[in-house]
Design a protein. Structure first.
Length: 500
């Protein structure tokens, strides 16, 4: 009998009733290991109704109650790092150390949520007029939803729900159907931590479930991380239905390497940032821009390092890179390498035919390195989301900067240089939301917000950090006048309070 991953509604696992299921595959073997129930519109409605009922009490609960639950959850999450990482490896394919790193980065946002009391402090101005005080406060929105991608099945949900529930909202997670089990483990830990039933819910599914959340009148806000076309659709559809939206899209992250850079450090960084997690991350460096005469030497250093990367099953401690999530995605990534030469690129490394002995049916691909890539090439223009690194050439800093700023994406970028003045110029002039100086993957720590520019972000709010708290709350201003007990009736005054 096939194992089924079911929904989590009202504090317990709930069997799917739609009759629709999706396969969950072990990317290392290609074998279907389980199936996941796909929610119908009616099942999404049930989850929203449950979350709305829970909000009636959770939304007015004390900050002490919320943070007590979160502190307990943090301890349980810490104790179960390995178990969650194993689920990620089994369904996503990434190596165990990378999966552990994902859980650690999610923990940062749980830490932030545990200290939510200081972020939710309001403001008070006294005596703005005679005996008139004005206070600004922040209150939760109600039921909020998160729609998350396959590449970080634990971390990205933890970018959302800890802050959402700490602020007093109830939460519905629609995780990727490709690797759904980590979300159920997290739900179990939240219940064990004492989170009231219905505050955190999980519904699995496809576009039917997504559209039901986007249209539901009782869902106040939607958070999304995924590709740019879907992010644009989420933003447009949810906004049209009156919802607050933060939708993080795709990327083509550039690394500008100036002639004075430490080329060994730059090559190390390029290999780590381009090929880590098999390139399946929105903050991967997928384009290196070599400035001046250093290009040939830099490409050779990258090639030397890339050829030594050990590819194998994620549960093999010696593996440094695992398979891609699906066979279809593997084939799509390989197609960019196959067509690269015809579009003007020099193929330095071609990993498209790579297989792992004993695991021939896995979704394997090797590391590919393309040099002299023209900006018109598909491999440069598209977000490949796989282990393919493009190297472009520029004669000057200004030419490299212009190339980066011409990209429709503006998620993350980096510069490698020993020149502080050049680095300062770059961080001010580059059009991207996250900038690294000699740091290849500038993912902010939890108390700074994550988000890009241009086609990498739709909506006004970045995710987590202060932006996260603001996204999951709305402001209210209260103006108060109390008569002094010694005063008599003051009469009617239809005008504004006099300030002077």
């Amino acid at each position: 009998m096939t194992k089924t991953v079911n929904h989590w509604i009202g504090g317990k696992a709930v069997e799917g009733t739609s009759g629709n299921f999706g396969p969950v595959t072990d990317p290392a073997t290609g074998a279907v290991t389980t199936q996941v129930a796909f929610a119908s519109v009616e099942e999404v409605d049930q989850a929203v109704a449950t979350a709305k009922a829970a909000y009636a009490t959770w939304g007015t609960s004390s900050l002490a109650q919320r943070t007590t639950v979160l502190f307990t959850f943090r301890a349980l999450l810490d104790a179960n790092r390995d178990a969650i990482a194993e689920l990620i490896t089994a369904e996503h394919g990434k190596v165990h150390s990378d999966a552990l790193g994902e859980v650690a980065r999610g923990l940062e946002i749980v830490d932030l949520a545990c200290g939510i009391t200081t972020q939710l402090k309001g403001e008070l101005s006294t005596q703005v007029s005679s005996r008139v005080d004005v206070a600004s406060i922040r209150q939760p929105l109600g039921v909020v939803a998160g729609i998350t991608p396959f590449n970080f099945p634990a971390m990205v949900p933890m970018w959302m729900f800890p802050l959402a529930i700490a602020c007093g909202n109830t939460f519905i997670l629609k995780p990727s159907e490709k690797d759904p089990s980590a979300s159920l483990k997290i739900a179990e830990l939240l219940a064990e931590a004492g989170l009231p039933d219905g505050v955190f819910n999980v519904v699995h599914g496809d576009k039917v479930a997504v559209d039901a959340l986007l249209a539901h009148p009782d869902v106040a806000a939607v958070s999304f991380v995924g590709s740019t076309p879907i992010a644009r659709y989420i933003h447009t559809t949810a906004s049209a239905n009156g919802k607050r939206v933060q939708a993080l899209g795709g990327a083509k992250n550039h690394m500008l390497v100036l002639p004075d850079a430490d080329l060994d450090a730059a090559a190390d960084a390029a290999v780590s940032a381009a090929y880590g997690s098999a390139g399946e991350r929105c903050m991967a460096i997928s384009a290196v821009v070599a400035v001046g005469a250093i290009g040939d030497e830099l490409v050779e250093k990258i090639r030397e390092r890339a050829e030594k990367i050990k590819i194998g099953p994620g549960n093999d401690p010696s593996s440094e890179m695992g398979p891609l999530i699906t066979a279809a995605h593997r084939d799509k990534v390989a197609s960019y390498v196959a067509g690269a030469a015809a579009q003007g690129s020099t193929v330095v490394l071609d990993g498209s035919d790579y297989t792992v002995p004993g695991f021939e049916d896995g979704h394997w691909i090797g590391l590919s390195l393309l040099d002299h890539v023209p900006t018109s090439a598909d491999a440069y223009r598209d977000e490949i989301f796989g282990p393919v690194l493009c190297v472009l050439r520029a004669e000057t800093y200004e030419e490299g900067l212009a190339l980066i700023n011409a990209s429709p994406f503006g998620n993350g970028t980096a510069i490698f240089t020993r020149d502080g003045g050049a680095a300062r110029r770059f961080q001010l002039e580059v059009e991207a939301g996250m900038v690294g100086v000699n740091v290849p993957i500038p993912v902010p720590v939890g108390y700074h917000s994550f988000g890009g520019w241009k086609d990498s972000l739709f909506g006004d709010h970045h995710i987590y950090g202060n932006d996260g708290t603001h996204f999951y709350t709305r402001g209210k201003v209260v103006t108060t006048r109390w008569p002094d007990p010694a005063d008599g009736p003051s009469g009617v005054d239809l005008g504004f309070p006099r300030n002077h």
